[in-house]
Each structure stands twice: as C-alpha cells, then as structure tokens.
Design a protein around this ligand. Structure first.
Ligand code: MG
Ligand code: MG
Length: 261
C-alpha cells in the first residue's frame, strides 16, 4: 500500500531483532508474490489471486497487513489481503470477480505482519501477450526501483533514492506518480519518512544502518496525475493510460541495502 504525500518527520531505527522479524515477513511475502505471479492467467479473477495470497500468508503464521486497514475515518476499511490493480489502475485496486484478459497488465501489492512487524512489496506483470510499450513500462518500473534501492545505503540522503528513481524513469520516457510515495515501515505499515519517487538529490535525513523503507515507484505512460475511483480506494491515472508499480521493503545495513521481500 502507498500513503498519500504529506510531511516527513522522524525515522525509527530498527534493532537486529526487529529486522529479523521483518525479514521473516518479507520471506512470506516473497512466497506469496511468486505463487500469485505464477497463477496469473486470462480468465482468472483477482479474488482468486487474493485467496491464494491469503492462504500462503496465514499458513506461514503471518497476518495480512492490508485487510481492514483504514488510513482515515473518511475511507472504508480495505476489504482484502492484496491490492490488485488492472492497467490504468495505479495502486489499491480491490480484488473482485473481474477476470484477467490477454494483454492486461496487473499490479499486485502484498503486506504481511510477523510478531507485530510489517513487510510490504508489489510487482506488475503482464497477462498473456502484452504490447511492447506495456512490457517496457513494466521493466523500467522494476529497474527504477533498483536504481532507488542502490542509494539506500549509509551516508546517502533520503532524496538520493527519490532522485535516482525519477532520473531513471524519465530517461526512458515515463512519468513518475507524485501523489503517492514510499515510506518507512516497521511496527506500522506506514511510518516516517515519506519517500517521494521524484525530487532533487542530497536532501532530507542522512540514512543510517537499521532504517527500513518500503521503496515503491509508480510509473505512468502518460500524465503523472491521478484520481480516485468512487470505491474510495482505487487510484487510477487521470488520462486512463497504463501504470506500473514495483515495491520492496529494504533494510539499510552497514554493507548497503538488503532487500527483505
Ligand atoms: Mg505495498
Ligand atoms: Mg508501501
């Protein structure tokens, strides 16, 4: 999941024990992601994918993070284990009886809690045969995530991550969503700081060992602007063009970034 873009305050630094619990949450999420990715196919519904992810998360003794999540009293609680977003949907699509069709691209977001600690991770993939442009969007989104992760290292500034993502994405001709951002993560799904996927480098707090971030670029083929559908959750591109999302939970270690999911 992805918070709206607000202010940045303090950052919690996690202990090795806390990070090991988040590593376990990350392992479970990685397993659920892999199972869902393998099961994507024309004719399959997003509710079926939700049931598959929930089964794995619960079988491993974890709790789905997103189910019942309510970021503000103005929003209905999120009703499912995963977010499942089709095509022009950027994030927070609600699983339904909609069937995947050949040529769709789908963004799937997963959260799990182990002993009170969260992991958060998402991928976009094509269903069947997708256009070259759609495949490039998917690939560049994942690559831009890794450009950002490479800056998640002690001694960087927070916005070095933001800038690396934006520079990579825009050089390939895509726009970066600005109204939703990455975030700190730990005892809460969304902690400080917020991590925009755009901006100048060299700003914000100095990164330190023990910080854990969910880094999550959302790239669009057209405008970066967004709107929210009447269900109160699903965020779509304002122009209806395709969007992709790639997210990992990443711990900053003395050796550099460690991808937990
Ligand atoms: Mg997420
Ligand atoms: Mg997130």
């Amino acid at each position: 999941m992805t918070p709206r873009n607000d202010n940045t305050k303090g950052i919690n630094v996690k202990s090795p024990r806390e990070i090991s619990l988040m590593r376990e949450a990350g392992r479970i999420i990685a397993e659920a992601k892999s199972a869902v990715k393998d099961a994507l196919a024309p004719g399959v519904t997003s509710t079926e994918m939700d049931a598959l992810a929930e089964e794995i998360i619960k079988k491993r003794g974890a709790i789905p993070s997103f189910k019942g999540y309510q970021p503000s009293p103005h929003m209905p609680p999120f009703p499912a284990t995963i977010c499942f977003s089709f095509n022009e949907e950027i994030v927070h699509g609600i699983p339904s009886d909609r069937k995947m069709q050949d040529g769709d691209i789908v963004s799937v977001d997963f959260g799990a809690i182990v002993e009170g600690y969260h992991g958060d991770s998402a991928f976009t993939a094509g269903v069947g045969l997708v256009t070259d442009t759609a495949q490039k969007l998917i690939d560049v989104t994942a690559e831009s995530l890794f450009a950002g992760i490479a800056k998640a290292t002690p001694g960087s500034r927070l916005t070095d991550i933001s800038n690396a993502i934006q520079v990579y994405a825009e050089a390939e001709g895509f726009s970066v969503v600005r109204e939703y951002v990455g975030h700190g993560i730990g005892r809460a799904l969304h902690e400080e700081p917020q991590i925009p996927n755009y901006g100048s480098p060299g700003r914000g707090p100095l990164l330190k060992e023990g910080m854990v971030f969910a880094i999550e670029p959302m790239l669009n083929i057209g405008t970066w602007k967004t709107k929210i559908m009447p269900d109160g959750w699903t965020v779509v591109t304002e122009d209806g063009k395709l969007s992709a999302h790639s997210e990992h939970t990443v711990a900053i270690t003395s050796e550099g970034p460690e991808v937990l999911t």
